[in-house]
Design a protein around this ligand. Structure first.
Ligand SMILES: Nc1ncnc2c1ncn2[C@@H]1O[C@H](COP(=O)(O)OP(=O)(O)OP(=O)(O)O)[C@@H](O)[C@H]1O
Ligand SMILES: [Mg+2]
Length: 280
């Protein structure tokens, strides 16, 4: 990693509904609660990450669309500031921008270029990606140093991983040779045989690249976005908060960011931190 430039981590899996956005939001907030300065970038026209941290889509003046479309658009103008967690939002306009990208020069490198000056201002940049291969996904894979691959605990969970890795290899051969997988993350884990089988298969295929933390299926995690809150605001004592805090610790260790020696083992964040966050 270049000196003083923070890592960019994309949460990617073209399979829909595997917990990408849930992981992006709650990992970002968990890291912010560890005194790290985090930028969350929503790169999905669904805008789920944006809404999930409490920004209503109709209130948005500037978004990631402006940064991709207009090289002269001031990047700071699209950042929504929180307490430790900042956001560059997305709106449905981004799907039009994705179509326009076909006729823009170097369109799939623009995100990377636009994030570059921000990398000296944050401890980590987390990018939430859409559930489709295309210019936006490619932009995320070009901008990222590493990816986290959420894998849901279903029978078909592992089928798309090969295609995702083929895309990653293509990007490595082309524009981003050092792109790598930070970790595979089991999500929506429950006590079923299928979930156990998915876990075992992940371990046998990817070994220690699989995060030890499993994100358990929980009602609190499912309902939090409806309130525009991360799990740490909605239910700080829940298993969901515990799981994402555990993941944050593993991510910090793997990326060597933050103060690992003073990690808070308690899953309950200080209320003062919670109150000041972006969605309060
Ligand atoms: N651990 C969990 N427990 C319960 N529900 C969950 C959990 N993780 C995610 N969900 C729910 O599952 C659904 C899909 O999750 P999420 O939106 O995070 O997936 P995604 O991969 O981002 O989806 P998309 O591909 O559409 O972007 C959402 O309703 C979310 O609230
Ligand atoms: Mg999503």
């Amino acid at each position: 990693m270049e000196r003083n430039l923070c890592p960019v981590v994309a949460i990617a899996n073209q399979k829909g509904g595997v917990g990408k956005t849930t992981s992006a939001i709650n990992l970002a907030q968990a890291l912010a609660l560890q005194d790290l300065k985090i930028l969350l970038v929503d790169l999905d026209p669904q805008g789920n990450a944006t809404q999930g941290v409490g920004i209503p889509l109709e209130s948005i003046q500037a978004s990631i669309s402006d940064l991709i479309r207009d090289r002269n658009f001031q990047v700071e103008g699209a950042i929504y500031k929180g307490d430790g967690l900042d956001l560059i939002p997305a709106t449905p306009l981004l799907s039009r921008v994705e179509r326009e990208m076909a006729s823009m020069t170097n369109s799939e490198l623009r995100l990377s270029q636009r994030l570059q000056p921000l990398r000296s201002q944050y401890s980590l940049i987390v990018v939430d990606t859409p559930p489709t291969f295309g210019p936006l996904m490619n932009s995320a894979l070009n901008a990222a140093n590493q990816i986290i691959v959420p894998v849901d605990s279903s029978y078909f969970a592992l089928m798309g991983i090969k295609e995702l890795m083929a895309e990653v290899e293509e990007i490595q051969r082309g524009t981003n040779p050092t792109l790598s997988v930070l970790g595979y993350l089991l999500t929506l884990a429950d006590p079923t045989n299928i979930a156990n089988q998915t876990w075992e298969t992940l371990l046998s295929n990817f070994g220690s690249v699989v995060f030890e933390t499993k994100i358990r299926r929980s009602v609190k995690l499912k309902e939090a976005p409806a309130f525009g809150k991360t799990i740490f605001h909605h239910a700080p004592d829940s298993v969901g908060a515990q799981d994402y805090l555990g993941l944050a610790h593993e991510v910090m260790a793997r990326l060597k960011i933050g103060d690992i020696t003073s990690l808070v083992s308690n899953s309950r964040p200080a209320l003062a931190v919670v109150k000041g966050a972006v969605n309060e």
